[in-house]
Design a protein. Structure first.
Length: 399
């Protein structure tokens, strides 16, 4: 293979050729093939290079690009291709020696410069191909964020979503075609944003305000944010369970007996690199888990309708397992036999029979056995007394 990569991912701004440094211009002039979305292709002048429009969906363009292997090829991308752009997808699909990247100025940098916002304390979201619900765990009065949206119509959708979640006093700074001759910026209320009239490409700076509910950053999110039929690990026990699960960067969780999905959803909220699979034997509960994950912006949750251990075969192996329902000797035997050494396991039970089973396995494998007893103050005639919940026995072990 030639030492010079045949493929260059080139970051392009709204100012087209005028905004490119000499090195980027030279690569573009030498290219035999220039591939990119139609909007990007329209920003550069005609050359002798073959022009190829990148198809939708994006994944369909990768086989086409592969067919150009060995020929000098440029892929056009917006601004910085590795900040919610195409660069990371291309890097995953081609060997390191095949490609190089020449990033341009990111939309986030341009937007922060227009607004005077420090990027180090401003959240950034690429929502051009992701649901608005991804914002939900972060929404709180005082939040500043810059969002990339898929088109102008999405501004009104964003305004509707913010109103529905209770943040109706949010101010939107809508910026179109940043860095180019068509650049336009407007600061609008949600009501004004609903009128539309915005053109692609568009990004929005949010100054969040209103009486909407902000989620706490600690483990043990409020029970009320989850749709449930009553089968839910309650907030105090959930906080202790997340502490026992001890999520670490990049780990994958199996949530067996998902119920409402509260454990796996909170697991995902801990860090954007975490993933999870929730296994639930009841179809209506499996659908409820999916709804909760969607509503709370956790699309990284894979929901499997089935009963463990049969439903576990073929799944991506976990780093951590939580058993919240369906505990049996067969399940523990299967996990012990199948999972690699070092896998962490946490199980919560409330019945005497399940307690006895955990006690046997604690004697066999060790780990930590914890009894959690909680009581809440409640009315007792004209006075108050303690109403105890069922004790929860929790076993934590590293296989």
């Amino acid at each position: 293979m030639s030492e010079t990569p045949w493929l260059t991912v080139l970051g392009l701004g709204e100012d087209g050729l005028d905004g490119l440094p000499p090195a980027s211009r030279q690569v573009l002039e030498r290219a035999e093939i220039v591939m990119g979305p139609s909007r990007h292709l329209s920003l550069i002048p005609d050359t002798s290079a073959q022009r190829v429009e990148w198809p939708v969906p994006f994944a369909d363009g990768l086989p086409i690009l592969t067919g150009f292997r060995g020929r000098p090829t440029v892929v056009l991308a917006s601004g910085d291709p590795f900040w919610f752009g195409a660069g990371s997808v291309i890097a995953r699909n081609f060997k390191a020696g095949e490609w190089a990247a020449l990033p341009g100025q990111s939309t986030f940098s341009l937007a922060a410069a227009r607004l005077g916002w420090p990027l180090e304390s401003t959240l950034t979201f690429g929502l051009h191909a992701a649901p608005l619900t991804r914002l939900r765990p972060h929404l709180a009065p005082g939040l500043s964020a810059i969002l990339l949206l898929r088109n102008g119509a999405a501004v009104a959708e964003l305004a509707t979503y913010l109103k529905e979640t209770g943040f109706a006093d949010t101010r939107l700074h809508v910026m179109e075609a940043l860095g180019g001759p068509r650049e336009r910026s407007r600061s609008v209320s949600l009501t004004e944003a609903l009128l539309g009239g915005f053109d692609h490409p568009v990004c929005v700076g949010l100054e969040v305000a209103g009486k909407g509910r902000a989620f706490p950053k600690a483990s043990g999110k409020p029970d009320e944010i989850f749709e449930t039929d009553g089968q839910i690990t309650k907030r105090p026990v959930r906080a202790l369970t997340l502490s026992a699960l001890a999520p670490q960067r990049g780990e994958h969780l199996w949530d067996i007996g998902g119920g409402t999905g509260s454990i796996s959803i909170e697991w995902l909220m801990c860090d954007p690199t975490l993933t999870a699979t929730s296994i639930e034997p009841l179809e209506d509960r499996a659908e409820r888990i999916r709804r909760n994950a969607d509503a709370l912006g956790q699309e990284r949750l894979n929901v499997v309708h089935g009963k463990a251990p049969d439903a576990l075969s073929g799944l991506t192996l976990p780093d951590v397992v939580f058993i919240g329902g369906g505990l049996s000797a067969d399940l523990l035997e299967w996990l012990h036999r199948t999972l690699p050494a070092g896998t962490r396991l946490v199980a919560n039970v409330v019945t005497l029979e399940s307690e006895a089973l955990l006690a046997q396995w604690h004697d066999k494998l060790g780990g930590e056995l914890l009894r959690i007893e909680l009581a809440q103050a409640s009315a007792l005639g004209p006075r108050r007394g303690w109403k105890s919940a069922y004790p929860v026995v929790q076993w934590s072990v590293t296989l």
